[in-house]
Ligand binder design. Sequence first.
Ligand code: M6R
Length: 369
Amino acid sequence: EKGGYDYFMLKEIAEQPKAVADTLLGRVDAAGSLTLDEVRISTSELREMDKVVIVACGTAFHAGLIAKYAIEHWTRIPCEVELASEFRYRDPILDPRTLVIAISQSGETMDTLMALRHAREQGSKVLAICNTNGSTIPRESDAVLYTHAGPEVAVASTKAFLTQLVACYLVALYLAQVRGTKWADEIQAVVRELSRSSQDVDRVLDTMEPVRELARSLAGKRTVLFLGRHVGYPVALEGALKLKELAYMHAEGFAAGELKHGPIALIEEDLPVVVVVPSPRGRSVLHDKIVSNIQEIRARGARTIVIAEEGDEAVAPYADHLIRIPATPTLLQPLVATVPLQVFACELATARGNEVDQPRNLAKSVTVE
Ligand code: M6R
């Protein structure tokens, strides 16, 4: 059932191009309009929404952080992202004009379920993004968009995360469509870019041997740090979470701009620091800033592991290890940038002799609060 792979996680990493393509399949009609699976929220209600709140845990929370960039950019509706476990305990401001999006692979995560129940009690509508048909979270929501990742067995989430991102992009575009923002005309173009991402993920997977080699060489390290900016920041958080779960190593993700506000004090000789570099095209300010962050940490002895677009030469002189990813529109970059981090964590776990599919102390779905 592992399809010739040693671990479910390796199989699920390899399935990502197909999972991404499957999640897109049949969502856009000939006229370029998007459809959701089950929507018990009318388009007039969606047009009235003045706030989006995303609730989720763990990896799904990271997908939510990335979704915020897409939702605010494409719809201009303010969007907040909150850990489901924190949400209801702080008496959040919710009303019928708040759209709550609950993201969950399993559809059974108790923290997320309790958050969505709280939101519905306050009169808000809930849209679930879920991978498990008929599970509790979509059953209790007002609308559902299923991710078609197929069953995910390994405790560490991989293909579910990529398809959650695709689903979030689709929801953002759907909201743009019903509200008629200027981006509504771009739906087909973005969906084309998303389909291309599936091939790009495939290409990334073909070039992972140096990443595996690097991971093995770091098996004796105690700490790895991850840095990113913009959508690369949640990618950094996800890279750190994967490493904690799988390799049982101390790992932390930071927004690169925060370095000088504290974390740079952690940098010491030969400390591995993974940096997710934004595209040099378009938002070149972000790119230039991260290049100087890389220079700063390298000057203090860090071993820089740089994930950068093909053709980004400016960053090459400061990378001790350079991992190339295909050029992608900024908002979609997490689809390709996350993949090397999954492979990195999986290989490090194997090198440290850990159980990849069933890390200690963890369960696939967390059905207690
Ligand atoms: O099933 P869910 O998406 O609701 O699960 C949420 C988290 O428990 C989950 O993403 C967890 O963080 C994974 N083990 C991460 O790899």
